[in-house]
Design a protein around this ligand. Structure first.
Ligand code: NAD
Length: 468
């Protein structure tokens, strides 16, 4: 097992030296991060192909290019976002100046999952560095090639600014026993609870980026062919191993029948009639997940797909018609299965969604303004997207995160900067004139009158004082 303490100590030492605070240092790190993913894009793409069978174009879109865009967005806006924000000073405290300033937290621990093993470590890293922190990165042991590539290149491009600790539960447990100033965790519910309990020992603030079941509601007012293509893209990208993938579809039966046909067409258009031959289609990460997905499919009714090969961990894009009580509707699928679930209408769909944990994302495919409003007003989810799944991640101004069971806190762009900073209140008061003399004891009637007036309670109190 890799000893974790020296990495954390080095990160602490650099932070304590004060070197990470200047804007110039932060911009330099963001530039180095961008340079690393640009210059080593082939190595990273190869690692992602080895871990998840990702096509180089998909890796460019969803991992490498994503990180570049995030770092560039932070670089472009950082100076403006770091500017102190003046705050109005009430009369009672004047003359004085008040402002808030974003200050670094210290040493940040970023724990990543295996499904987007590059993006989900490096996008938080960009935010943490922009905020002037040092970072300890813990990649997922289930994406070993990407983990090794990060351990190879991070020390070269970001020496000192970021440390990589490779490993699984023992290493993460050792890390979690140490004190950090923020923990940023992306992963599942079970590990999130472990992280939260460990963080409580040090009262460390935590961001949890979790998953769950993200529903999609489709009605007859939408363009079903286009909706099907977008849904198939969102669900089957990375072989369904995407936290914001539409997990299941809710629609009335008269919509589900043509939608199922359109989904079959869309799957064919995206991955051909035999997805095992498509280079654009990923693989299941490991045997354990392959067996889990197979059991979910076999425990339900397959209406399209279902083909699989345990040796290559290929699992075809699969449409299901689940019966009530099928396990597939009781847990996050996180694989290439898409259940089509009939509902009586929009109200039943909303009821079903509200009966479950709050989703990370909710997708509504409808041209009807009332329907869109009904979902907006009567549901809660990390994000709400109309007519497109997953693309909200590509809008750097939108905070990305869950609510309730799908997570706490958010990041991307300015929200990352804020997540990894402390917004410190600052007040600077002059000695002359020393208006505080007014509030010091001994308290006199004159002082009481003035303070009453300042507190907006002038007349009533004055009358009561007069009566005495
Ligand atoms: P996971 O929770 O198993 O692992 C995540 C990280 O936690 C890994 O680095 C792992 O080493 C560590 N870990 C696991 N168990 C631990 C334990 N007992 N003690 C200490 N550390 C532990 O998650 P995963 O399987 O890698 O990812 C899948 C989950 O992540 C899904 O639920 C998915 O929805 C979620 N996810 C969420 C987002 C998001 O941005 N919200 C993105 C991707 C994945």
């Amino acid at each position: 097992m890799q000893t974790v303490a020296p990495a954390v100590a080095r990160a602490r030492e650099l932070f304590d030296s004060g070197a990470t605070r200047p804007l110039a240092w932060r911009l330099e790190q963001l530039g180095s991060l961008r340079r690393m993913v640009a210059e080593r894009r082939t190595e990273f793409a190869d690692a992602l192909a080895s871990d998840l069978g990702k096509h180089a174009t998909e890796s460019l879109l969803t991992e490498i290019g994503f990180v570049t865009a995030e770092a560039a967005h932070l670089e472009k806006n950082l100076e403006a976002w770091l500017r102190p924000r003046p705050v109005a000073v009430p009369l009672a405290v004047q003359p004085a100046k008040a402002w808030t300033e974003l200050t670094p937290l210290g040493v940040v621990l970023v724990i990543g999952p295996w499904n987007y093993p590059l993006q989900l470590l490096l996008a938080p890293l960009a935010g943490a560095l922009a905020a002037g922190n040092t970072v300890v990165l813990k990649p997922s042991e289930h994406a070993p090639a990407t983990s090794a590539a990060l351990a190879r290149w991070i020390p070269e491009y970001l020496p000192g600014a970021a440390e990589v600790v490779q490993g699984g539960i023992p290493e993460t447990t050792a890390l979690l026993a140490m004190r950090f100033d923020h923990i940023f965790f992306t992963g599942g519910e079970a590990a999130a609870k472990v992280v939260l309990r460990a963080a409580a020992e040090h009262l460390t603030p935590v961001t949890l980026e979790l998953g769950g079941k993200s529903p999609a509601y489709v009605d007859s007012t939408t363009d079903l062919a286009k909706a099907a293509k977008r849904l198939a893209w969102g669900r089957f990208m990375n072989a369904g191993q995407t936290c914001v993938a539409p997990d299941y579809i809710l629609a009335t039966e008269d919509v589900l029948v043509p939608l199922e046909r359109e989904l079959v067409t869309a799957i064919g258009a995206l991955f051909g009639t035999d997805s095992s031959r498509s280079e654009s289609y990923g693989r299941i990460v490991n045997d354990r997940h392959f067996a889990r997905i197979a059991a979910l499919a076999d425990g339900s009714t397959v209406v399209h797909g279902g083909e699989r090969d345990a040796a290559s961990r290929h699992f075809a894009p699969t449409l299901l018609r689940p019966a009530p009580g099928d396990t597939v509707m009781g847990e996050e699928i996180f694989g290439p299965l898409l259940p089509l679930v009939p509902v009586a209408g929009r109200d039943e769909a909303i009821r079903m969604i509200n009966d479950g944990a709050k989703p990370l994302a909710l997708y509504v495919f409808s041209n009807d303004a009332d329907t869109r409003r009904a979902f907006a007003e009567r549901t809660s989810s990390g994000a709400l997207c109309f007519d497109v799944p997953a693309a909200h991640l590509m809008v750097p101004g939108l905070p990305f995160g869950g609510v309730g069971g799908s997570g706490m806190g958010a990041y991307h762009g300015e929200h990352s900067l804020r997540t990894f900073s402390h917004e410190r209140s600052t007040l600077a008061k002059t000695f002359r004139p020393d208006t505080l003399e007014l509030i010091y004891p001994p308290y006199t009637k004159t002082k009481h009158r003035i303070i009453s007036a300042l507190a907006g309670m002038g007349t009533g109190l004055r009358r009561r004082l007069r009566r005495r």
